[in-house]
Design a protein around this ligand. Structure first.
Ligand SMILES: Nc1ncnc2c1ncn2[C@@H]1O[C@H](COP(=O)(O)OP(=O)(O)OP(=O)(O)O)[C@@H](O)[C@H]1O
Ligand SMILES: [Mg+2]
Length: 254
């Protein structure tokens, strides 16, 4: 579990995160949702330690991130997997080499075992046949799957995904969502996903934190979304008239 206690972050006197409190649970896909500019990426960067909040605490299974020394932070980093907005693969490395990269960096396993582990991860995302290809030779959805395989290579306890579906068509997005959800439950990871994809909210929103202009506006699950009375959340989720109608019809049938 990752727990946030009163997180504040500002840039040049402008508050971007204002008193964020939330618990991201194990074995669940925890979504951070909100409009562009609401603070999702800044919050994720604070959680993983790329930015430092001015106030507040981030507890990794009760361990306070701010109170850790360099060595403890390094050990914790090894327990984190990350998937960024762009797949961020190394173009000059093959698919297999990309997945092996964190193993080459951080594990003491033999070359043979590292290859085996990377192949296992590629198999998990259904990419066994692509291992000798280069990122430039595969589709965007396949690149995302390689990024997922690379992120889970070191068997992380915590998985962070910033807009994993950006640039993907709706069908491929569903495949990526399902994959992230499956590996989260399978390995009991604490997974945090930044998204403004409504299919993701309804599909894998085990736990949802809705941020509005830097503060926590609402929290709940995908099932709570339908009956939520928070006007800002409804305006965000059911932005189009069509979706409003779907919601109203859905409620009538309950
Ligand atoms: N390094 C920075 N310096 C100054 N302001 C920043 C910095 N990083 C982010 N911001 C500001 O913080 C606010 C939140 O940005 P953030 O990137 O977290 O939004 P987001 O919710 O991830 O948006 P999107 O959905 O477009 O990715 C924005 O107003 C942004 O301009
Ligand atoms: Mg962002």
């Amino acid at each position: 579990m990752i727990k946030l206690e009163s997180i504040y972050k500002s840039f040049e006197g402008r508050t971007v995160l204002d008193d964020i409190n939330f618990s991201f649970e194990d074995g669940k896909t925890n979504l951070i949702i909100g409009q562009s500019g609401s603070g999702k990426t800044v919050l994720m960067k604070c959680i993983v330690g790329l930015l430092t909040p001015e106030k507040g605490h981030i507890l990794y299974d009760s361990r306070d991130f701010n109170a850790m020394d360099k060595k403890e932070k390094k050990a914790l980093r090894r327990e984190m997997g990350m998937i960024f907005q762009s797949a961020a693969l190394f173009d000059s490395l093959s698919v297999l080499e990309n997945v092996m990269f964190p193993l080459d960096m951080f594990s003491n396993d033999t070359y043979r075992d590292r290859v085996k582990r990377a192949q296992f991860c590629l198999d998990r995302v259904n990419l066994t046949d692509a291992q000798n290809k280069y990122p430039g030779e595969i589709s965007g959805g396949m690149q995302k799957r390689v990024a997922i395989a690379r992120a889970i290579a070191l068997q992380p306890k915590y998985l962070f995904c910033d807009e994993p579906n950006s640039g993907l068509d709706p069908k491929t997005s569903l495949v990526i969502d399902a994959l992230i959800h499956d590996i989260t439950t399978e390995y009991n990871m604490t997974t945090i996903i930044n998204t403004h994809d409504m299919n993701s909210v309804m599909g894998i929103g085990d736990s949802i934190l809705y941020i509005y202009q830097g503060h926590k506006e609402w929290e709940g699950t995908k099932n709570d979304v339908f009956t939520a009375t928070n006007e800002r959340l409804n305006n965000f989720i059911f932005a189009s008239d069509l979706l409003r109608k779907v919601k109203d019809e859905g409620l009538k049938q309950r």
